[in-house]
Write a protein that binds this ligand. Sequence first.
Ligand SMILES: NC(=O)c1ccc[n+]([C@@H]2O[C@H](COP(=O)([O-])OP(=O)(O)OC[C@H]3O[C@@H](n4cnc5c(N)ncnc54)[C@H](OP(=O)(O)O)[C@@H]3O)[C@@H](O)[C@H]2O)c1
Length: 292
Amino acid sequence: MRVLLTGIGGQLGSEVQRLLETQMEVIGTGRDHLDLSQLRSIPSVVAEIQPDVIVNCAAYTAVDKAESEPELAQKVNGIAPGVLAKAAQQQGAKLLHISTDYVFDGCHSRPYTESDPTNPVGEYGKSKLAGEVEVLQTDSSHIVLRTAWVYGVGGGGNFVKTMLRLGKDRDEVRVVADQVGSPSWTGDIAHAIAQIVTNHRDIEGTYHFTNSGVASWYDFAVAIFEEAEALGFPLQLKRVVPITTAEYPTPAQRPAYSVLSGKKLEGVLGSFAPHWREGLRQMLAALKPTMD
Ligand SMILES: NC(=O)c1ccc[n+]([C@@H]2O[C@H](COP(=O)([O-])OP(=O)(O)OC[C@H]3O[C@@H](n4cnc5c(N)ncnc54)[C@H](OP(=O)(O)O)[C@@H]3O)[C@@H](O)[C@H]2O)c1
């Protein structure tokens, strides 16, 4: 099986590439090879590679910046996935497209299922929802996989790396305690993606995958420092202070409740998502040697 993977420089794409390459042929592409903002170039790149499956991990992910450049976010997240889906269809390939909890408004108090109504609250979420709709509206064979609160060793910055940087230099960090979700390690998401790709002929439609369990950003930060201390990361931090979203204003509004139900995918794969704290331990253990 040949997989065309996008976004190999990103958090998730880099991890998916590392894992899938041990199991199948992977043609990994970065922006230099396949730029999703260059819509007309997409079909020819897909035709050149002739994949069986396309895994789209590339996205415009700057949530706050999307508020001031919604057109680019729409192009990359909203329009390009539909172009990819049509190109996949022409090649007889399946598209596995990655989406987000930000398609929901976060007003629930129970985990969101795949069939719950969407209602994004910011430009990034709107652009990701538009991409889902574009993919679903094609006649292509496709899977939309929503995940949330992603962090990993590869790619650029993320919440874990930021906490470790702040905790190294500061006595105190203040972290939002009134937004909850399921912190999700790219290693576990990549494992689920590998299972889906292997069984792709039996899977179609929209699914959720995150690590299991629920935490606020504050809970997550406390756990990061506990686990990092146990692993010997350099820390001078003494206090994590819980604050409200109102005390940490950002250009884009975030959903207050971002928990996704993973039951539908569990039923198909027959396996359960590991708890987020286990994912965190594994990520930190993998990160430590890169910082020594
Ligand atoms: N991060 C999260 O918390 C989170 C939560 C839920 C869902 N997701 C979804 O998960 C997927 C992966 O996210 P991530 O955290 O791995 O994001 P990331 O680290 O920001 O990686 C995104 C990748 O997309 C690439 N990209 C951006 N614009 C592009 C373009 N025009 N053409 C081609 N490539 C382009 C980036 O390339 P450069 O390196 O060149 O910029 C980067 O490699 C995305 O679909 C995202 O929406 C993420």
